[in-house]
Design a protein. Sequence first.
Length: 478
Amino acid sequence: MAESCVDSAPRVFYCTSVNESAPGLMVAVERCPLCGKTNSPFFCQSCVSRGCFLHSKLTYTESFAEKQKRWEKLKKLRSLILEGFLKSVTPIHECDEKETTIKECNKKIELMQGALIAANSNLVKEKKAFEKQKQENLEKVSKAKKHVVKKRRILDYNEESKIRIKQKEEEAQNQQEFLHKKRLSFVHNLMQYIFPIEEVNPNSDGDSKKDSLRALLKDACQTAYIRGRWVYGINDMDMKYKIVDPVLPSNGDYSQFSVWLASKRESGVIQTEPNPRSNALDIIAGLCHTAQLVSLLSYILRVNLPKRLCYSEFMSNNLTDQHYNSAVSRLNQNVLYLCFSQGVDSLSLEPKHTVQNIVILLKSPMLGRVSSFEVNEEMMQSVEDLESQSDDSEDDYYKNVRCVEVDCTHDWEQVPIEIPEFSIPSQSDVTSTGSEQSMAYTSQTLSESTLSASGLVSSAAASFAYFFKAATGQSDKR
C-alpha cells in the first residue's frame, strides 16, 4: 500500500487489481470516474469518497471537499438572500398586481358606465317609441271599433240596397212588361184600324182579268214606250201587299213610278183630267202610307231612326227620279234599322223588301221590348242608292218640301182628346168599299191622288198618337 501524509493526499496510487484480489493492491486498469481516462492514475477510493483530492493539473488549490462546503455555504446564503429578497419584493408585486387590477377595474367601470349611458339613452328612446306606438295602437283600436261599426252599417246598407235593387228590378221588369203590352196593344190597334196590311194573291182574279175589258185597259196603262222600246212596269205573278188600299210589290221593285215619270217626261203631256187608277200613283200612295207607318212604329217603340224622312216627300209635285230613289232608300234603311232594334234576325230580312220586312217585324217575339241590338252595316249600305242626290240638293229639296223632322206628329192636324165615338167598319165592309172606290179611283195629279188617299189616314194616325201620348203619360205618373 502506498504511503500517505496528513498534510497532503498522495497524488499517484498503484493498484494491483480492480477486484482487489490481493489485500491493499489494485491494478490501475479502470477508468477515472472524473475524467474517464485510463492513463492517469486514480486516487484511492476513500480519499475520493471524502473529497480529499485536487484537480489533476493543480489549477485550483482547493480540494473538492472544501469547494463543496463553500458551495453549500453559498447555496444557503443564496437561499437566505433569495428569501429575504422575495419577502421584500412580494409586497411590491402585490401592489403592482393590485394597481393593475384597479386599472382594469377602472377601465371596466368606464366601459360599463358608457354602456349604461348608452343603454339609458336607448331605454329613453325605446320608452318614447313605446309610448308613441302605444298611443297609435290605442288610436287604431278606437278606429278599428269605428270601422267595425262602419263595416256593419255598410253591410246593412248593402243588404238594404240589394233588397231595394231587387225591388227596383222587379218594378222595372213589371214596368217593362206593362210597356211591352201597351206597345203591342198600340201596334195591334195601329195595324188593325189605321194601317192594315194584307197579302194579295197574284192569281186570285187572273181569269176574270183576262176576260174583261178592264184587264186589257190595265195592261195598256201599265205599258209605256220609253227610249225606243215598250216597257211593262209590273209583274202580276209576284206576291203583293195591300196597305190600307194601295198595293205594293213584295220584292221592293218600285220602278213603275220611274217608268211612269219617264213616259210623262218624253210625251210632254200633263194630264189634268181624271184617268183610271195608275199603278205608279198606287205605289206612291203605298209608299206614303208605309212612311207614315214606319214613323208611327218608331214613335211607339221609342226608336230613333237613322234617316230623316217625311211621307210628304212622296207627294211633292217636283218629285224627280233622284229624290224618289233617295226617299225609297232612306225608307228601306229606316225599316231595316227598326227591324234590328226589335231583335229580328238579319237572315230573315231582305234589304229592299220594304213591306215584307215590316210584316216580319210585326211577327217578331221581341216586338215592344227594349234591349241592346246590333246593326248589320253591310245590309244597311246595300240599300243606299248610288244615284241618289247629294247633300246640298237634299237640303234644297227639304226646304221646298217644307217638311218638319222633329216630331212625326207635326205632319198631322191636332185632334182634341174628346172626339165623338164612331163605329169601325168590319173587314168585309172595308173590302167592299175599297173595291167600289178602286173602280172610281182617279188620278188628276200626283199631289191630288196622294193627298186624298192619306188625308183620312193622317187624321186617324194623329188621334192615335194623341191617345198614345196620354196613355204613356199616365203610365209614367204611375
